[in-house]
Design a binder for this molecule. Structure first.
Ligand code: TYM
Length: 332
């Protein structure tokens, strides 16, 4: 199977990104042909710091490698280095109805946030974001896209566009499928467990970043919002905070939710929080250490991206030729 996914170099990676996406990617790499991109062109659709952007890209690459993506097995590349992503996005935009973009949940959420800031305008890049994402996926004839729940609507969009293109110009693209975890596809904020944990959340207490210190982890988990009850039971509606902590514990320990509930049956919230902090520290500190080591290895990181660029380029070039031919465009 062909697997494609990516993350934006837009902020520190949190345990939601880790559990639902990157850790999951590492598990797929042995049995599949995988491509994982650092999607820098998506990250510039909102306010970003151009001066530090390269550093952010390197940090995300270090995360990919520290979590276990093996550049000998998978293709890791920087989206903007493969021009075909932008080119295909333009071509796909010509068959995309405007209203399909306007109804996307992520567009609505992000544009609301932008609209709230004085003097800020909603740019067309934010609206066209799903088209670029469809181009990323379709360019590589992807079968499976492992993502968190928040990206499922975008994959649905990529499926619709693939079908539409195939119908109009003849069979060209594979119709990809989203792969989401049954439990943990949406890790919630520690401060407000009705909202997803988000890289762009200004309140850093809402996220556990994979590079957080022991002190940060202990503080954030101990202060995380729960409820006034006493029972440690999974109930995402009535006990959102506790259910989120149980989910995180379950995914890091490898126990099912049932086994996790059993483990905490006669314990209180404080004990759950303490055990969860210890587990997070145990699992995240080796990753943090590796990230720090890798961040200093600039030449190696450059090499990884260069090898990935060459591999991705070859596929992208040949896909684009096919697409252009089908659309009656010149390939010169
Ligand atoms: P990004 O960078 O926001 O997030 C990377 C991955 O983390 C998942 N994720 C979560 N999973 C569980 N709980 C959460 N709270 C949580 N927050 C984020 C995301 O679903 C994602 O899988 N648009 C994508 C990047 C992208 C892409 C692609 C992905 C661009 N092109 C092509 C797949 C295929 C994004 O913003 O990811």
């Amino acid at each position: 199977m062909k697997v494609f996914s990516g993350a934006q170099p837009s902020g520190k990676i949190h345990i939601g990104n880790y559990l639902a996406a990157i850790k999951n990617w590492a598990e797929l790499q042995d049995k599949n042909e995988c491509l994982f991109s650092i999607v820098d062109l998506h990250a510039i659709t909102v306010d970003y710091d151009a001066e530090n952007f390269e550093k952010k890209i390197n940090q995300l690459l270090a995360v990919y490698l520290a979590i276990g993506l093996d550049p000998e097995k998978v293709t890791i590349f920087l989206q903007s280095e493969i021009k075909e992503h932008s080119e295909l996005a333009w071509l796909l935009s010509t068959i995309t109805p405007l209203n399909e973009l306007q109804r996307m949940t992520q567009f609505k959420d992000k544009s609301e946030k932008v609209a709230g800031k004085s003097g800020a305008t909603i740019n067309a890049g934010l609206l066209n974001y799903p088209i670029l994402m469809a181009a990323d996926i379709l360019l590589y004839q992807t079968d499976i896209v492992p993502v968190g729940q928040d990206q499922v609507q975008h994959i649905e969009f990529a499926r619709t566009i693939a079908r539409k293109f195939n119908k109009k110009f003849g069979q060209t693209f594979k119709v990809p499928e989203a792969k989401v975890l049954k439990i943990g596809a949406k890790i919630m904020s520690l401060v407000d467990p009705t909202k997803k944990m988000s890289k762009s959340d200004e309140n850093q207490e809402s996220c556990i970043y994979i590079t957080d210190s022991e002190k940060d982890i202990k503080r954030k988990i101990s202060r995380s919002v729960t409820d006034s009850g006493k029972k440690i039971k999974y109930d995402a509606k009535k006990k959102a905070g506790i259910s989120n902590l149980l989910t995180i514990y379950s995914l890091f320990s490898g126990k099912t939710i049932k086994e996790t509930e059993k483990h905490f049956i006669n314990k209180n919230y404080k004990q759950l929080k303490e055990e969860l902090s210890d587990l997070l520290i145990e699992k995240l500190s080796p990753i943090s250490k590796k990230i720090k080591e890798l961040e200093g290895r600039d030449i190696y990181l450059k090499e990884v991206l260069e090898i990935g660029r060459k591999k991705a380029q070859k596929i992208a070039k040949s896909s684009m030729e096919t697409v252009k031919r089908k659309m009656g465009l010149s390939i010169n």
